[in-house]
Design a protein around this ligand. Structure first.
Ligand SMILES: Cc1cc2nc3c(=O)[nH]c(=O)nc-3n(C[C@H](O)[C@H](O)[C@H](O)COP(=O)(O)O)c2cc1C
Length: 369
């Protein structure tokens, strides 16, 4: 199986399966001299783990990262950083009763077609458990970005029929958004929307169903110049990063899909001169032009599909080709809305793309004539 790595200069390679002994990530290309310890990574992992509230899966993945290499006296050395996370809450027995069935919305159909084998216990490499490794690597990337004053915040902006357009217009600064996101059990910074989504999730669990959700993420203080004009366009790499997250179904930057129905006179971000400096007067482009960051906040949106595993009975087929029915076995532990736990994953992937773009930008020499 190819393609377990992501990034050019800041490159991560993840390994392991959800029902194996452990999972982990190797980070190659991390600059030396960055402060780092297990605790910093564990704080990020803590945000992703399930079982903390009734709005996420009751699985108890008490993720604890162990840094195995690349650190000396609390700082990165420039050598590969290897991070290990043991799998501690593995309950394989619940998958026995459905192991002979194709699972609607899951990867076992395509995996079996492609590889001829599939780890029925949790999805093997297609399991979203792999995203813990991304969050661990993202914690390192965030540390580098924070030294540069760059901050990323992601949040749940809608779920199911509750889609609210409150976002940046309602909040003054990213510190304010971050505070509100941290105070929410579902990473939603808008209290009224949060309560509505929580009620909808409870209703959805009762109905043995699941809902999708929309994540918005913003990177603040990214200087102009990160990203390249062609195949390494910043937005192209962000799109790939986001669409590589399990259950993500789209990507928007700035006005995104709304751009298709706008006029140039409305969509154009015009320029203004403030204190003899040329600035953009708005940010409909979402923080990039021609694949390169403008210096405005980078604003993206990622929709997540409703959780595939549901307790309701659905049509399916056995692996040997007979029609069958499937529903989650009693006691199965799934997320009613995967978008909630994907919030820290979106932040992590955002950070990985930005650090890579920042390092790539170091190769540019801007000679002033
Ligand atoms: C953090 C996170 C947790 C997830 N948890 C579940 C889950 O509990 N049950 C489920 O059916 N899918 C879950 N998913 C989504 C599946 O992993 C994903 O839908 C499946 O592997 C098929 O891949 P695809 O949706 O990208 O095509 C989760 C995704 C993420 C990002």
């Amino acid at each position: 199986m190819a393609s377990n790595s992501f990034g050019n200069l800041f490159k991560i390679t993840t390994w392991g399966e959800s029902h194996g002994k452990a999972i982990g990530v190797v980070i190659d290309g991390c600059p030396a001299g960055i402060s780092l310890n297990d605790e910093m990574i564990n704080l990020e992992l803590e945000r992703r783990i399930p079982g903390k509230t009734k709005y996420t899966s009751p699985r108890k993945e008490t993720d604890q990262a162990e840094i195995l290499s690349g650190i000396f006296e609390g700082k990165t050395t420039g050598a590969p950083i290897s991070i290990l996370i043991w799998n501690r809450d593995v309950q394989s027995s619940q998958y026995e009763s459905v192991k002979h069935l194709y699972k609607p919305g899951h990867a076992n159909y395509t995996y079996l077609n492609k590889y001829g084998c599939f780890d029925f216990r949790g999805g093997g490499r297609s399991s979203a458990r792999e995203t813990a490794c991304r969050v661990a690597a993202g914690a390192v990337a965030k540390q580098i970005l924070s030294d540069l004053g760059v901050d990323i915040v992601a949040y749940l902006s809608g779920a199911g029929s509750i889609q609210q357009d409150f976002l940046l217009s309602d909040v003054a600064t990213y510190q304010e958004i971050r505070g509100k996101v941290q105070g929410s059990s579902i990473f939603c910074p808008h209290q009224e929307t949060e309560s509505k989504i929580q009620a909808l999730i409870e209703e959805t669990i009762e109905a043995k169903d699941s809902i999708g959700g929309l994540i918005e993420a913003v990177a603040f203080n990214v200087p102009s110049g990160w990203g390249d004009p062609i195949y390494e366009k910043l937005e192209a790499n962000l799109a790939k990063a986001m669409l590589s997250i399990p259950a993500s179904k789209g990507f928007e930057i700035g006005c995104g899909f709304d751009s298709a129905s706008m006029r140039g006179s409305v969509h154009n971000d015009t320029y203004q001169v403030v204190d003899q400096t040329v600035e953009l007067s708005s940010n409909k482009a979402g923080g990039t032009l021609g694949g390169i960051s403008t210096g405005m906040p980078i604003v993206i949106r990622v929709p997540f599909k409703p959780t595939s595993s549901i307790a309701r009975e659905q049509n399916t087929a056995t692996l040997s080709g007979e029609a069958a029915k499937i529903s989650l076995p009693v006691g199965s532990r799934h997320d009613p809305c995967v978008a909630i736990r994907a919030v820290p994953v979106v932040e992590a992937m955002f950070a990985l793309v930005l650090v890579d773009a920042m390092l790539m930008n170091k190769s540019v020499i801007h000679v002033k004539t």
